[in-house]
Write a protein that binds this ligand. Structure first.
Ligand SMILES: [Zn+2]
Length: 305
């Protein structure tokens, strides 16, 4: 049986074979991690500053194919203090880039019984297409509230007025697609933008903080309630970043700074034992961080259903 075909065939029904959502509580805060699907990307994107031989050895050790593999793409829905907050919006539809297995978020929110009109706030870790694209899908804006607030770092909005791709290393077509998506997003949603400089509390215990690095306005979201805490790290951390925090990801606009941000965040999380979720780590990507010599180790939480 081909599972892909099966899950596509039932796509119009309320439930998929695999629901692709994972619920947990952070104290009083409800958290739902939702997969937007996967993005097949060339493995060179993982580390354009690593020797191909070393990169190939890492992939082999991880039982991953040498040329391309599927990156996860996760978004998070949070309920706190009467607010319903969507953190990032997935890829949406991308006729030019041919990534049909991503862009599932809106359909999966519907399947989870989450009405788009109930979303009071959106927080964007940054304005790359795989984080804003879901908001650009036909018919989505009309289903969102007229008073929706979209929280994004002012530095991010500014960056995309004239974005610098000189230090990135992306597959062909991506820089143009990313430019176009950010431009369209700003145009369609400028009335909803609620820009912040460094740190901003969106709801009780939901704090977004600019880190920079991946993009100048890249931000992470920390949820805290009682003794519990969880950080949604956006694109500050990738799977490979535990073994090789200094490897430069092709999508990082300032890779040196992105590596510093990554190491600082992983050290912090290792010290506090707080939970981590990241956009491109395998779903549901909920776990903790341990120090492992000069590097780090991801420790998934135990599934408790
Ligand atoms: Zn991303």
């Amino acid at each position: 049986m081909n599972l892909h075909n099966t899950s596509r065939a039932v796509g119009s029904r309320p439930e998929e074979l695999v629901p692709s959502r994972y619920a947990l509580k952070v104290g009083e805060i409800d958290v739902l991690v939702i997969s937007d699907g996967v993005l097949p990307l060339p493995t060179a994107m993982l580390a354009h500053n690593a020797a191909p031989r070393v990169r190939a050895a890492w992939l082999d050790n991880m039982f991953l194919p040498p040329d391309a593999f599927d990156w996860a793409l996760n978004a998070v829905l949070v309920r706190s203090g009467g607010k319903t907050i969507l953190i990032d919006a997935g890829l949406g539809s991308d006729p030019d880039l041919h990534l049909p297995r991503a862009g599932q978020l809106i359909r999966r929110l519907d399947a989870a019984g989450i009405d788009l009109a109930s979303v009071t706030d959106v927080v964007l870790t940054h304005m790359h297409m795989d984080h804003v694209g879901g908001l650009l899908v036909d018919g989505v804006k009309e289903r969102l509230r007229p008073d929706l607030q979209i929280h994004v770092a002012a530095a991010e909005v500014k960056f995309w007025e004239s974005p610098d791709f000189t230090q990135t290393n992306m597959p062909q077509g991506f820089p143009d697609a990313l430019r176009a998506a950010a431009k369209r997003f700003t145009k369609e949603y400028h009335n909803h933008l609620r820009q912040f400089d460094e740190v901003h509390e969106v709801a009780p215990g939901v704090v977004v903080r600019r880190t920079g690095g991946h993009t100048p306005g890249h931000s992470v979201v920390r949820l805290t309630s009682g003794a519990d805490a969880l950080t949604f790290a956006g694109d500050a951390v990738f799977t490979v970043g535990f073994d090789h925090p200094d490897w430069h990801n092709g999508f990082e606009h300032d890779p040196e700074e992105a590596a510093r941000v990554r190491v600082r965040l992983l050290r912090e999380l290792a010290e506090t034992g707080e939970m981590l979720v990241a956009t491109h780590m395998p779903f549901p990507s909920v776990g903790r961080v341990a120090v492992d010599g000069d590097a780090f180790r991801f420790v998934p939480i135990f599934w408790d259903y």
